[in-house]
Design a protein around this ligand. Structure first.
Ligand SMILES: Cc1ncc(COP(=O)(O)O)c(C=O)c1O
Length: 401
């Protein structure tokens, strides 16, 4: 079956990579960028860069306008009403760190933070370190054999001692959607704060964060076809009001003397210093592009590709899938073959996939693996990419066995 992506031509890097003999199947790490974004960056840099929120001059006003437009577009993208609930960070990782420091004052020794067994280090280490600083207990929700957070176990592990839960929407290793709606409801029943890691989930389909009802939702622009160096933190008004200022510097201050200061509320109070102006403007252009994409068609296209990938891998002798992936990616290993050797041979043949622990060492170790190969898909991939991948895989396996 031949599957052509109608969106491929919108991403010029795909052609450039092809000319270099590269097949890009690592979009879960970072995605290629649409021409609309490249044009927006070129426009900003060729028409006059300026700092935001500070200057009274025209270039400053124009940059501020475009910057704030992105905040509005991000709020619309997540369907969260007011753009005052959108804080720009330097990525998902910096958003989690902001939360773990900014909420620290709410915790007493013995309080519990609940995460899950499949979290990316970005949504594990900030909480782990917070737990160490404040003598908290970190509770890790187990997974079912299908690689999904076990809601029954969660129902007994989320209790009146739980102050916060932080879980992933879509696993970057297993490709499984997580029962975030149920987990948010359980947490809310106990008055706990809820943080959703949307770094992978945001890329596949549209998500209504308002309906989800979480307090915080985090994603990185670069995985959603936007520029790197930019993260989006949605915080519900009431949740943001509980956040203490964490990073200090320009534009986040209301008034300061040498010895004391008062700070702005969210969002600007949490955006100390010059933000990633061009990147945030670029994210706005990317969201414009994505708003024009037919999402039903994109989800269907990705689902078909995913099925081809899954089925093709399962056909091959000795290949074992990690978990039971739903969308976007498949991680696998081959019995009797070290994943680093296989990755090396794939790389030599121009196949860009990711190998290793995928920043989820506890998960990979708990599965008894030293690593896995991850093939990840985006809306610009098509069946030719998979054909090249499978040809390379077959050649590599022939050499290795
Ligand atoms: C599920 C998940 N959470 C968080 C992150 C961290 O994102 P970033 O490195 O952009 O901060 C990633 C990146 O791979 C991820 O896959």
């Amino acid at each position: 079956m031949s599957l052509i992506s109608p969106w491929r031509a919108d991403f010029p890097a795909l052609d450039a990579l092809e000319r270099q003999g590269q097949t890009y199947l690592d979009s879960a790490a970072t995605a290629q960028k649409p021409q609309t974004l490249i044009d927006a960056l070129a426009h900003y840099y060729t028409n006059g860069a300026a700092n935001v929120h500070r200057a009274q001059h025209l270039p400053g006003a124009m940059a501020t306008q475009a910057f704030e437009d992105t905040r509005r577009k991000a709020a619309e993208w997540l369907n969260v009403g007011s753009s005052g609930q959108i804080v720009f960070t330097h990525g998902a990782t910096s958003a989690f760190n902001l939360l773990a420091y900014g909420l620290e004052h709410l915790f007493q020794p013995g309080d519990e933070i609940v995460i899950s067994a499949l979290e990316h280090h970005a949504n594990l280490l900030p909480w782990q370190q917070l737990a160490k600083r404040r003598a908290l207990k970190l509770i890790v929700l187990p997974l079912t054999i299908k690689g999904v957070i076990d809601v029954n176990a969660a129902a007994s592990l989320i209790t009146h001692r739980t102050r916060l839960i932080a879980v992933s929407q879509l696993s970057n290793v297993l490709g499984t959607w997580q029962p975030v709606t149920e987990l948010v409801a359980l947490a809310k029943a106990h008055g706990a704060l809820t943080v959703i890691d949307g770094a992978q989930g945001i890329v596949h389909g549209r998500h209504d964060v308002q309906t989800l009802g979480c307090d915080f939702y985090v994603f990185s622009s670069h995985k959603l076809y936007g520029p790197d160096g930019v993260g989006v933190l949605f915080g519900h008004h009431q949740a943001l009001a509980q956040l203490r200022h964490w990073q200090f510097g320009g534009e986040m201050v209301l008034q300061t003397g040498y010895l004391d200061a008062t700070f702005r509320p969210a969002p600007l109070g949490f955006e100390a210093g010059t933000p990633a102006i061009s990147g945030i403007i670029g994210l706005g252009a990317t969201l414009d592009y994505l708003n024009d994409v037919n999402h039903v068609a994109a989800v269907e296209h990705e689902a078909r590709l995913h099925e081809l990938l899954r089925a093709g891998l399962m056909l091959r002798e000795g290949v074992r899938l990690v978990g039971d992936p739903h969308v976007a990616l498949v991680s696998f290993f081959v019995e009797g073959v070290h994943n680093a050797d296989l990755a090396h041979l794939l790389t030599e043949q121009g196949i860009a996939v990711r190998a290793g622990h995928h920043c989820a060492i506890p998960l990979i170790s708990s599965l008894g693996l030293s690593g896995a190969i991850r093939v990840s898909l985006a809306l610009y991939n098509d069946s030719d990419d998979l054909e090249r991948f499978f040809n390379a895989l077959d050649q590599a396996l022939e050499l290795l066995r």
